[in-house]
Design a protein around this ligand. Structure first.
Ligand code: PGA
Length: 253
């Protein structure tokens, strides 16, 4: 069966010392490995130090928030998947709506990032989600389906089974406006049907689909109860140890 995952996306927050303190505080709250998997997606300069804190802790893992779509070369300021793998990252967020919006990342670039990540053994956490105007026109499912088709559906079935999908409606990110559990379930079920059609029902059942967008300790239990919601990608609420730990505990049994 697919794993349950709670991933904290720190975005451009936390210095080295602040980040280490936050991870230590979260870890101190768990004597036993958590149910499911907890991932910390931290800024590049913090990867190695946070990875060292997580190394002896089963159930906790390390992610980067982005990678470049070329293997290496003259791309000043960019970071390659090889570099991420070399400092212990196991996951990489690809296609977050902030990257699509502020950095104009195209479907094609995202497909190349996914390919590179998989080729180096990293698990892509592939983000998708519709802006408000699209939801208001009731086109949200076809919009998100297109994002998957454009950047993921070239993958072989074996590679697709190594991808994690995160559905993050753009109107819910950082706004305090969460999708209702029903809205999340509707989209997640639609994506699973799409995966079943493109690949197979079996593969569709193996791929975790996380929800992201103003997920917090209050609404996580309800969202995580949904049959097709396999965890969360958490922004703001992952920056506070107590809140993030409560979300981790909301992972269902
Ligand atoms: P948020 O961000 O939880 O702060 O809304 C989620 C995300 O962007 O991954």
């Amino acid at each position: 069966m697919r794993p349950f995952i709670v991933a904290g996306n720190w975005k451009m927050n936390k210095t080295l010392e602040e980040g280490k303190a936050l991870v230590r505080e979260v870890l101190a709250r768990f004597d036993q490995p958590p149910y499911g998997l907890v991932v910390f997606a931290v800024p590049f300069p913090l990867l190695q130090a946070v990875g060292a804190l997580l190394s002896e802790r089963p159930g906790f893992s390390l992610a980067a928030q982005n990678c470049h779509h070329e293997e290496k070369g003259a791309y000043t300021g960019e970071v390659s998947v090889d570099m991420l793998a070399s400092v212990g990252a196991k996951y990489v967020i690809i296609g977050h709506s902030e990257r699509r919006q502020y950095f104009r990342e195209s479907h094609e670039q995202l497909a190349r990032k996914v390919n590179l990540a998989l080729s180096r053994g990293l698990t892509p956490i592939f983000c998708c989600g519709e802006p408000l105007s699209v939801r208001e026109r009731n086109n949200h499912v076809s919009y998100v389906a297109r994002q998957l088709r454009a950047s993921l559906f070239h993958l072989s079935e074996a590679d697709m089974c190594r991808v994690v999908i995160a559905y993050e409606p753009v109107w819910a990110i950082g706004t305090g406006k969460t999708a209702t559990a029903d809205q999340a379930q509707e989209m997640h079920a639609a994506l699973r049907t799409l995966l079943a059609r493109r690949y197979s029902p079996n593969t569709a059942q193996l791929i975790p689909i996380l929800y992201g967008g103003s997920c917090n300790a209050q609404n996580a239990p309800d969202l995580f109860q949904q049959p097709d919601v396999d965890g969360g990608l958490i922004g703001g609420a992952s920056l506070k140890a107590e809140e993030f730990s409560a979300i981790i505990r909301a992972m269902r049994f």
